[in-house]
Each structure stands twice: as C-alpha cells, then as structure tokens.
Design a protein around this ligand. Structure first.
Ligand SMILES: Cc1ncc(COP(=O)(O)O)c(C=O)c1O
Length: 405
C-alpha cells in the first residue's frame, strides 16, 4: 500500500534536545530528592541544595557571577525585567518573530511591548529598531531563536547610545555563544527556559543570569514573594535596598536536580547538532539554497533554516520533508507574534494597553518563506544521510511548483 498525503508519516527521529538524552542519571537524581523529602529549595529535613548547586554551575557556564533558577522561561523574563527596574508603563522592544511568552512577560512586568522588524537572521534587525526608541523605551529584548544568536554587537551599540537596558531571551539557545561569549550573559540580563523542548529540560523551569548584583538581588526577592525565605529574618523583611512585594516563581529541588544532570549533557549535544547542521549545509552546497543568516555560525547550537522564494514554495518544501518523515515547519506557522488576536488588540488582564495593528511587512515576508528543520540530539549518521537526501527532494519540489511543473 502506498502512503497517501492524508496518512501521517512517522518521524524518522525525535526533534528533541535534552529530553531525547534523558536517562538513568536523571531518574537517580530525582529519586535522591524524593528520598530526602526535601522538595522545597529553602528548607527541608535533609536539604540537598539542588537548585542552589545548579545555579552555581549555570552561572559558571555563563561566565557570570549570578544565576537564579525560577519556574519557567516566562517567569525568568518577568523577573529579569523587574530585576532591571522596569517602571510601570515603560516600553520594551521585542522582535516580531518570537514566542508569545515574551509579550506575556512584558505585560506581567507592567510594561508595554513594541514590535520590531526581524531580518534574514529571523532575529531582531539591528538596524531597524532604533527608530522605535522613544523617551518611554526601557529595554530591548533580542531573542536568540532556535539555537542561533541574534546579532548582539550592533544591538548593544544602539542600546548603549540611548541608555536602554538589554534583556536577552536565550530560552531557545542555552549553551549557544556569540563571538566567544555565552548568550544570555552579553546584555544586562539573560533569561532561559527549561521547558520540554529546550536544550536542557526539567519539563518546566527557567533561569535568569546577570552580572549586576542589584539585578540579582531584586530577581531573588521577586521570585520569592519579595524575600519570604531569602531575606526575612525574625519577621523583618529585606535588608538590601528598599523592600518591595513579589510573587512565587520559585524552582523546585527536583527541577534543580534534573537540570544539574542535563547541564552535563549540553556541550557535547550542541557540538553534535552543530556538526550535523554544518555537514548538511556542505553536502547541499551545489543546490545554492539560501540559509537563514547566522550572526555567529561557529557559536550556534545547530540550526537548519532555509529561506525559500515565497510562502508557497515554503509550503511545498515542508510537505515534501514531512512526507519523508523529517520534522520541519515554518516557525510560529509564519505568524508574527503581534498577529495573535490578544496581542493585536493589546488586551491585557487589566484592559487595552496598546495598539499593535501596524503591519511589519518585511518580517511577515521573511518569516513566511522560512522553513526550519527540527534536529534531534539522538540523530544517527543514517538519519543525517536521509535528511540530506530529503532536503534535495524538497528543494526540487519547491522549485518544480514555482515553474508550474
Ligand atoms: C523565545 C522564547 N521565549 C520565552 C519562552 C518561554 O519559556 P517557558 O515556556 O518556559 O515559559 C519560550 C518557550 O518556548 C521561548 O521559545
């Protein structure tokens, strides 16, 4: 029986990173925490300080003095904005191709998102966002998309010129670097996600990295009800700086234990993914595909994103790859984050806060014609060879459709 287009084709490999490598070490680490009956990070009958140890190692990996583990990547972004001292109603410039969590974090921090163009790197266009700067701009949030860095040096130059804080969203790029510096530690603060699809994972989780001790202090307090277990002493709250209220975005000890194991797997996994991406690009050099621009290919953690001629060609490309069992998609289904109805309407839990109806046509065009191939941490050499052959077929399918063949 031949497969019809309506029959889903089984994927050749799992397009997962840390979760694909999950093994006995993770189980043992989680079991240790369960047996200690100390699942809360700040006290317990036999506290193992798993979150604290993870934070120390995570900070060291990022060559930064401080890291704070929190409950999610969105929580990390929110904590970072609050840690940086965002005033109520201040504007945060966000690239238009990103996850809605970026917008939700700005809203949770009582800020206003402003949407900027991306370029052929699919990340913030370093030349286009300066025109959005107003006296209300507080921060810019470059997003390191799919294991590849945004172009940080020109972004930093504009930010410094205007006195704007830089919050890197490294949710999708833990372990990636840009010109020798780990992403998340280049700007004033960096936010990471450890959700199930990410490079290292505990199912959920996040972290903030910063070099600034004041930002660190504010993040620690905000994620802990303003300092419930971190600064309260004998009923007195907060010694460093002015006391303020917070919320509960704390990380659990099980997450800390799992993430410490996952962190050991990160560097070799990214090396493998980067090698796969390089091999595929080299093997297909004769096709002259247009790949997404990578501001630092050497530091990337493996990205294979093709820019086709237009949306229709991108669709044909995805269909051909899917039929061959290769995970592939246009990121965010080709929709900019502000095309989400709630974002477009500016509807926050406390009312309508902004207008995002203006079109960003350059971003719509480039995102819509992009196709990202999912790479998996357990891909075999056979899988890679099959991927190369499938990309050839897909490139042919995209071209044939364009010629009306
Ligand atoms: C770019 C980006 N930012 C933020 C987040 C939010 O992370 P989380 O899902 O852990 O809240 C994600 C998660 O998918 C993301 O991809």
């Amino acid at each position: 029986m031949t497969a019809s287009l309506s029959e889903p084709t089984a994927l050749r490999y799992e397009p997962l990173r840390g979760l694909a490598l999950w093994g006995e070490e993770e189980k043992a680490a989680a079991l240790d925490v369960l047996e200690s009956r100390s699942l809360f990070r700040y006290y317990g009958p036999a506290l193992q300080r798993r979150v604290e140890r993870f934070e120390e190692r995570f900070a060291a990996l990022h060559q930064a003095p401080h890291a704070v583990g929190v409950s999610s990547g969105t929580a990390a972004l929110t904590c970072a904005l609050i840690g940086l001292g965002i005033p109520e109603g201040a504007e945060v410039i966000v690239p238009s191709a990103t996850f809605i969590g970026c917008v939700n974090a700005v809203v949770a921090a009582r800020g206003i998102p402003v949407f900027a163009e991306i370029d052929e790197s699919l990340t913030l266009d370093p030349t286009a966002w300066e025109q959005l700067v107003t006296e209300r701009t507080f921060a810019v949030m470059p997003v390191h998309l799919n294991n590849a860095a945004a172009d940080m040096d020109p972004i930093l130059a504009v930010a410094r010129k205007h006195g704007i804080r830089v919050l890197e969203d490294a949710a999708q790029a833990c372990g990636v670097s840009y010109r020798g510096r780990p992403v998340g530690s280049i700007g004033d603060a960096g936010a990471f996600s450890f959700q199930a699809e990410k490079n290292i994972t505990a199912g959920e989780g996040g972290a903030v990295v910063t070099t600034d001790p004041d930002v660190h202090d504010r993040v620690v307090r905000y994620q802990d009800q303003g300092g419930q277990f971190t600064t309260s002493r004998s009923g007195e709250r907060g010694t460093a700086g002015e006391a303020f209220l917070g919320t509960n975005l704390r990380m659990t000890e099980i997450s800390g234990a799992l993430l410490s194991v996952q962190l050991e797997r990160l560097t070799p996994m990214l090396r493998r993914l980067r090698d796969i991406a390089r091999t595929v690009r080299e093997d297909l050099a004769d096709l002259e595909l247009q790949w997404r621009r990578l501001p630092d290919e050497e530091g990337s953690g493996g990205d294979l994103t093709v820019l086709l001629d237009n949306r229709m060609a991108a669709r044909r490309f995805v269909t051909a790859l899917t039929a061959a069992g290769i995970p592939a998609a246009t990121l965010y289904s080709g929709r900019l984050v502000q095309q989400n109805p709630a974002v477009r309407a500016g509807r926050t839990p406390w009312g309508i806060a902004w207008d995002a109806t203006a079109r960003l046509r350059a971003s719509e065009a480039v995102l819509g014609r992009s196709v990202t191939v999912g790479l998996g941490a357990t891909m075999t050499d056979d899988d890679v060879a099959h991927l190369v052959a499938s990309l050839r077929t897909a490139a042919d399918a995209a071209r044939k459709g364009a010629n009306g063949e």
